[in-house]
Design a protein around this ligand. Structure first.
Ligand SMILES: O=C(O)c1cc(=O)[nH]c(=O)n1[C@@H]1O[C@H](COP(=O)(O)O)[C@@H](O)[C@H]1O
Length: 274
């Protein structure tokens, strides 16, 4: 999906919500465990109940890999279900990959060609030749980790090298990579005070912003400093939506949590368009 199409969907749905499909069999309603494929059954129910409120879904591959072959099959069924039934939805494989070039190419093929995701998250630590193989897929987006939501972000990302913070060097340097117009960046919602500086370096790029909900990030603060003329934000919540209830009402509870965020997003869109 192109960025133009994504922006159209944001305006149409008055939402820049991304729902994280981080499925943990210990947290889903017990009755689903009797299904042939409980992970897919859960995802299908969540997608059917929430797709009108969000523009993107982000399965984190860890939650599928943890269940071996049946997890990977459930991931494949989930992306196929989305692509067939909700082609207007933007899809993110949250896999945080990146390796030497020929290996990165195989990772890119796995998520873009075999599974058919619109984008994949990639770690920048191995540099240009580890990221460009993802960018070689010109009709896809590569979402580079810039400033992550966790405490460990301060271990390396905010450290200065030659007087400039490492995450700023990632942003600046990546702009010179081949097909860099297809880059998006991960910036944690818990780091709202950094968004103004980040926007000085990458004013136009889309940011994937996890960390509202369970991690305590603030949506309004992120919008204040992170929104640009094309909105430029995809704000993710996983646990806060999909585990809103573990009872029979789990789909209604998830939809109601998603709607709470969508209503706040609509207010922000109106505020910044006026
Ligand atoms: O790349 C990510 O999506 C990501 C980056 C980051 O800095 N922090 C972060 O929480 N994430 C992911 O975003 C999701 C957040 O989930 P919740 O905290 O449950 O909303 C998880 O899948 C994380 O792996």
């Amino acid at each position: 999906m192109t960025t133009t199409h994504l922006i159209e969907q944001i305006h149409k749905k008055q939402s820049f919500l991304c729902i994280g499909l981080d499925v943990d069999l210990n947290k889903i309603p017990k009755h689903l465990l009797n299904e042939e494929d409980p992970i897919f059954a859960f995802n299908k129910a969540i997608i059917d109940a929430t797709h009108h409120l969000c523009v993107a879904y982000k399965p984190n591959t860890a939650f599928y890999e943890a269940y071996g072959i049946r997890g990977w099959k459930a991931l494949e069924k989930t992306i196929n279900y989305l692509n067939e039934n909700n082609p207007e939805i933007y899809t993110i494989a949250d896999a945080k990959r990146g390796d030497i070039d020929n290996t990165s190419t195989m990772y890119a093929k796995a998520f873009f060609e075999d599974l058919g995701f619109d984008s994949v998250t990639v770690a920048p630590y191995m540099g240009k030749d580890s990221v460009e193989p993802f960018l070689a897929f010109e009709d896809k987006h590569t979402i580079l980790l810039a400033l992550t939501s966790n405490q460990g972000a301060f271990d390396f990302q905010t450290k200065t090298v030659n007087g400039v913070e490492l995450y700023k060097q990632v942003l600046e340097t990546s702009k010179s990579w081949r097909n860099s117009e297809n880059l998006m960046y991960v910036v944690g919602a818990t780091k709202a005070e950094y968004f103004a500086d980040i926007r000085k370096i990458i004013p136009d790029s889309f940011l994937l912003v996890p960390g509202v909900g369970a991690q305590g990030g603030n949506l309004q603060e992120v919008c204040k400093f992170g929104m640009n003329d094309s909105i430029g934000l995809l704000i993710n919540s996983s646990r806060g939506i999909i585990y809103a209830s573990q009872g029979d009402d789990f789909t209604q509870a998830a939809a109601s949590k998603a709607e709470e965020l969508q209503v706040q997003m609509k207010e922000e869109l109106q505020r910044y368009s006026s």
